[in-house]
Design a protein around this ligand. Structure first.
Ligand code: MG
Length: 302
């Protein structure tokens, strides 16, 4: 054996040993053994997503394209219960979640602002229950909402207490409240799925849940897979958008990759919806079907 062959054999041998015994290889081997669920991808649209003039048109479009969830906004929802129930009757579409819509905010320093939040949020929860929604999405405090309670352990304890009370109201109405972590530009207080899930765990209440939004996760999460997995049994909803500009999935090209996150959702047997929360920078009639195709292909691949 000449020197070159010796080096080659030694390097290959040591590399093989190193690979076989490394934690990465063990993890990968374990990963391959995980059984992925046959869980279908349940796609949901917010009210502005589908082409069409009226809500009826949009729901027709959604039904024809296999979209099974509808996420209305919470603003004025109690006045729309009858309309929404009528339009959804006989369709294969359920209300996936209610997107916020309350006034005031839960972590305000000002008691009157907290009261406004409580009254308007409870009204939305009641309407959400009446249209069969999985939950009502809420954010503890947006950056522009001031004066805000300080980001301390006491505030966290207060938040949990308040969430338990709201959770009681939600369960009474056959729905839940869903904490949404946002990116730091919108809300510094709650930014990661794991933090939201940890609040849910400490609230220890069936009416208190959390979600992940691919758009915010792009900024805040080191791993889509890790983020969704950290939501565990508390993960109740998912938002999706393109990852560069928050438009239709696919409109930002290569960066619109959701496979890693979808893999977690499949392995977790995530039973909820993946709901569009995004604009559209091209033509909605073309961008929506392209986005649906891209998501279904990536779900299949995950
Ligand atoms: Mg969102």
């Amino acid at each position: 054996m000449n020197r070159r062959d010796f080096l080659r054999a030694t390097l290959l041998g040591s590399a093989a040993v190193a690979v076989a015994s490394s934690p990465i290889e063990l993890f990968a081997a374990k990963d391959k053994s995980k059984k992925k669920s046959k869980q279908p991808l349940r796609i949901s649209f917010q009210e502005g997503t589908a082409p069409g003039k009226t809500l009826g048109d949009k729901l027709d479009y959604m039904e024809a394209n296999g979209v099974v969830g509808f996420e209305p906004g919470g603003k004025g929802l109690s006045g729309r219960v009858a309309e929404i129930n009528k339009l959804l009757s006989g369709r294969n579409i359920k209300v996936s979640a209610i997107c916020a819509g309350f006034d005031g905010f839960i972590l305000s320093q000002d008691a009157a602002t907290r009261k406004i939040f409580d009254v308007t949020m409870k009204e939305i929860i009641e309407a959400a229950g009446a249209i069969g929604s999985v939950g009502v999405i809420m954010v503890p405090a947006f950056n522009h909402q001031v004066p805000v309670l300080p980001h301390t352990a006491d505030t966290r304890a207060y938040l949990i207490e308040q969430l338990q009370l709201l959770g009681d109201h939600a369960l009474k109405n056959n729905t839940t409240i869903i904490l949404e972590p946002l990116n730091r530009k919108e809300a510094f207080y709650l930014r990661q799925v794991a933090d939201a899930a940890s609040i849910c765990r400490d609230a220890n209440h069936d009416g208190v849940r959390c979600m992940g939004d691919f758009w915010h996760m792009t900024t805040e999460e080191p791993s889509d897979y890790g983020a969704f997995f950290s939501g565990g049994k508390y993960l109740q909803h998912v938002h999706i958008a393109s990852r560069g500009t928050r438009n239709m999935p696919g409109e930002d090209g290569e960066v619109d990759n959701y496979v890693d996150g979808f893999r977690a959702l499949k392995e977790m047997n995530y039973p909820g919806f993946v709901s569009f929360e995004c604009g559209c920078k091209t033509n909605r009639e073309e961008a929506v079907p392209t986005a649906l195709k891209l998501m279904r292909e990536q779900w299949e691949k995950a």
